[in-house]
Design a protein around this ligand. Structure first.
Ligand SMILES: CC(C)(COP(=O)(O)OP(=O)(O)OC[C@H]1O[C@@H](n2cnc3c(N)ncnc32)[C@H](O)[C@@H]1OP(=O)(O)O)[C@@H](O)C(=O)NCCC(=O)NCCS
Length: 170
């Protein structure tokens, strides 16, 4: 078990986050996405988190705002989630997700969307967004498109199209 803390990311973490995201995905596409999201209007600085081990950043997750066609207020997208390879499978990713979901609920959001492996995200309570009535905005398998309800009735009377932050669509 690796000792680590999860906290809100700060301005001095930018380079370390870039390194962790690049190492986790073994390419720089997602790190470029993180940098672009940070500069976009969808960015929520209070919903970007790092995991630290001995002071070093070993994991990162970011939640940004997504627009819904049938709702005036924005909801959230969880992406990307990254844990440096040498610290994977030690619960770091799970803690980042759970801390982020709690903070999203405290901030007043209702829904969190993502595209990812249902085997991984199902453990947190993510379920099919298509089954919940949302249109999959990307050319990715419908099974990957998932939603998490931050309160009991968050998924009642909602559905339709999503407009992801621009950096996801470029
Ligand atoms: C996916 C990722 C964030 C998980 O973080 P982590 O800290 O290793 O995960 P945790 O330790 O919290 O959870 C580990 C569990 O998740 C499972 N798991 C890890 N990666 C998985 C994946 N891609 N798909 C399904 N299950 C996965 C492990 O089997 C393990 O399950 P177990 O505890 O039953 O053995 C990390 O592996 C990573 O950064 N991967 C590369 C980037 C990536 O794919 N990000 C997700 C994009 S959607």
């Amino acid at each position: 078990m690796h000792e680590f803390d999860v906290e809100t990311a700060g301005p001095t973490d930018t380079t370390a986050i870039r390194d962790v995201v690049t190492a986790a995905f073994e390419r720089d596409d997602e790190a470029i996405l993180v940098d672009a999201l940070r500069e976009s209007p969808a960015y929520r600085p209070d919903l970007s988190f790092v995991a630290r081990h001995d002071g070093d950043v070993i994991g990162h997750v970011m939640f940004t705002e997504v627009a819904l066609s049938d709702r005036e207020t924005a909801e959230l997208v969880l992406a990307p989630l990254s844990v440096s390879p040498e610290h994977q499978r030690s619960g770091v990713g799970s803690r980042l997700v759970r801390v982020g979901l709690d903070a999203a609920r405290d901030a007043g959001y209702e829904l969190v969307f993502l595209h990812g492996d249902p085997d991984y995200y199902g453990r947190f309570g993510f379920t099919s967004a298509v089954d919940a009535g949302f249109e999959n905005p990307f050319d990715m398998p419908d099974e990957a498109f998932q939603v998490y309800a931050l309160s009991e009735d968050s998924l009642a009377d909602v559905g339709g199209a999503l407009t992801y932050p621009a950096p996801f669509r470029e």
